[in-house]
Design a protein around this ligand. Sequence first.
Ligand code: ATP
Length: 290
Amino acid sequence: MIRLNNLYWKYKHFTLEIDELTLQPGITILVGNNGSGKSTLLHLLATATRAPRGTIYYHDDTMDTDLPLVRSKIGFVPTGVELYPDFTPVKLLMYMAQLKGLGKDFSIRQIEELLRVFHLEDVKKEKIKKLSQGMQQRLALAQAFLGKPSYIFLDEPLNFLDIHERKSLLNYVAKLAPHCVIIVATHELNEWGPVCNRVLWMYQGRVIYSGSKLMWKQHLPLKVWTGELQDHLYENFSSQHLIVYAGRVKDKLSIRCASNIKPVFGFVEAQPTMEDAFFIRKYTKEAKER
Ligand SMILES: Nc1ncnc2c1ncn2[C@@H]1O[C@H](COP(=O)(O)OP(=O)(O)OP(=O)(O)O)[C@@H](O)[C@H]1O
């Protein structure tokens, strides 16, 4: 378990402030607009950034009581991470294992396993600069799981991954979830929906929702509706209802929208997805503030 207490961090016009927050074992997705503070929070949790005020407790330890111990239990993948281009995946993983203070035999066994899990066996002796972006992302992910960390922080981990690799990562992370605190900053709410346990919503540097994924999709102030619409009706329709999605099916528009009443004849109510809930919560919050 991780506990945040009176955390405060400021950079120019951006302030992150969290009074009290507990992060439980399982997968928590960290959601929010661009610039809401998700990456900043992950950097603070991963001890890559030090907050001028407040404390993060990793069980009973903090950065100040035993930083090496805390770091040895953390796996972190930031966005845009640059790996040593002239290293091979094996050399990089061995180097990272050494930095984490892992024994040689254990490291060799774990590296073999991670190369298999992240489908990097065929390129394990290639220079990193020759690998595709997706392969480099998988290598960045693999290093985070070295040493079986108790706390895993992933910033947009699905970036650059193809559909097969995305599913594989989701399954792998889901298997680890009962034993680790896993925080995933993501804009892909629906992809994480089936495997995540909780949602943390950041808004302008504050956490404004922290709870289960079931609660996230329940008690929404608007219902979700789907239906089809003629093109010429769209402008008026979209001024009255929150459009979540509009696509084309033959000569009509296929609409997914949110509204507290049935929008027009023929529309049917749908179960809200994780993303629908985000749209609705954000829209109603901002409408209240206007
Ligand atoms: N090192 C830095 N230099 C400049 N600005 C920074 C830095 N770190 C954070 N910020 C600012 O802090 C705010 C929060 O950024 P952060 O990257 O945490 O948001 P985010 O929620 O992860 O956004 P996104 O969804 O776009 O990844 C932004 O306004 C950003 O410009």
